[in-house]
Design a binder for this molecule. Structure first.
Ligand code: MEV
Length: 307
């Protein structure tokens, strides 16, 4: 059995979404594939599931109660530690292949289980990465239920309503700093700041408003406004302490040939992306500033069986 799931790009609202603010993401056409078959012991890529690099896979196995033992093989096109949802894609694809053993794949069930896995491994988290990998396409996370609801997920006193968002077909140019940063500590750092600094709490609320304005601007194909909102979102994330000089370098290099640019995902390194109608020029500028650059598009497919 095998299943695949996409990586993701957060367009607006990372970190703020952990506090229940709105956020907007899209699945991208870089996917993780996970294959499972019966074996005499549990192994992932031929190694023990107890290795730290397999902690998401191990938790997914525990969560799904899959009959084993199984040999699990992971192939991922999503660079890890780059803010592009690699752990979520691998977790969701693992759950997809394990659920396939029992018959069918149900994206809402997988989204909930994958969020539990991520929450247990990462600590504080929102369901944006895992739900985007499960649902595919554009996803708008809101505090309340509106039209186009896909599912809702609760944890402690927070509840996230995940909605389908229809995005214009645009190219996103990604710039990867090559600096890998773990999400858990960055999420914890933002929480600590928000708890002690009212300015940080205000930045989180402003990011929530930017997300809603950004969604409206995207619906109206007003890419100039989308770009300004991206630039402001980047500044607020930097204020919250999740920026990095390498991210600023890539963002500054990309801006002259694009509508806007911002870090994406947890930050602290990882990646930025630019919205542009001159993708080759922007990618070249990012490379000249020392980043690894590639162009991605939205992927409408979420978790899916292979074959
Ligand atoms: C990481 O891709 C997105 C964060 O908002 C964390 C989360 O939502 O769990 C930084």
């Amino acid at each position: 059995m095998a299943a695949s799931a996409p990586g993701k790009l957060i367009l607006f609202g990372e970190h703020a979404v952990v506090f229940g603010e709105p956020a907007l993401s899209t699945a991208i056409n870089l996917r993780a594939e996970v294959f499972v078959r019966p074996h005499r012991e549990w192994l992932a890529d031929g190694a023990s599931l107890d290795e730290p690099r397999f902690r998401y896979v191990k938790k997914a196995v525990e969560k799904s109660n899959a009959p084993g033992p199984l040999w699990i093989e992971i192939r991922s096109m999503v660079p890890s530690g780059a803010g592009l949802g690699s752990s979520a894609a691998v977790t969701v694809a693992t759950l997809g292949s394990l659920h396939s053993l029992a018959g069918s794949i149900d994206p809402p069930t997988i989204a909930r289980e994958a969020f539990d896995v991520e929450h247990e491994v990462q600590g504080r988290a929102s369901p944006i990465d895992t739900s985007t990998a499960a649902a595919g396409g554009g996803l708008l996370v809101l505090r309340d239920k509106q039209e186009n609801l896909l599912w809702s997920i609760e944890r402690d006193s927070r509840r996230w309503f995940l909605h389908r968002a229809v995005l214009p077909p645009v190219d996103f140019v990604i710039g990867n700093t090559g600096i890998s940063a773990a999400t858990g500590p960055l999420v914890a750092k933002v929480k600590e700041r928000v708890d002690r600094d009212p300015g940080a709490a205000a930045a989180i609320r402003e990011i929530g408003e930017i997300t809603l304005d950004g969604m409206r601007a995207l619906e109206q194909r007003d890419l100039v406004s989308v770009g300004h909102l991206m630039d402001r979102n980047h500044a607020l994330l930097t204020e919250l302490g999740v920026g990095h000089p390498a991210l600023d370098r890539l963002v500054s290099a990309a801006r002259p040939s694009s509508y806007g640019a911002k870090l994406t995902g947890a930050g602290g390194g990882g990646s930025m992306f630019a919205l542009t109608d001159r993708p080759s020029k922007t990618a070249e500028a990012i490379r000249a500033a020392g980043g690894k650059s590639f162009v991605v598009q939205a992927d409408s497919r979420g978790v899916a069986k292979i074959g």
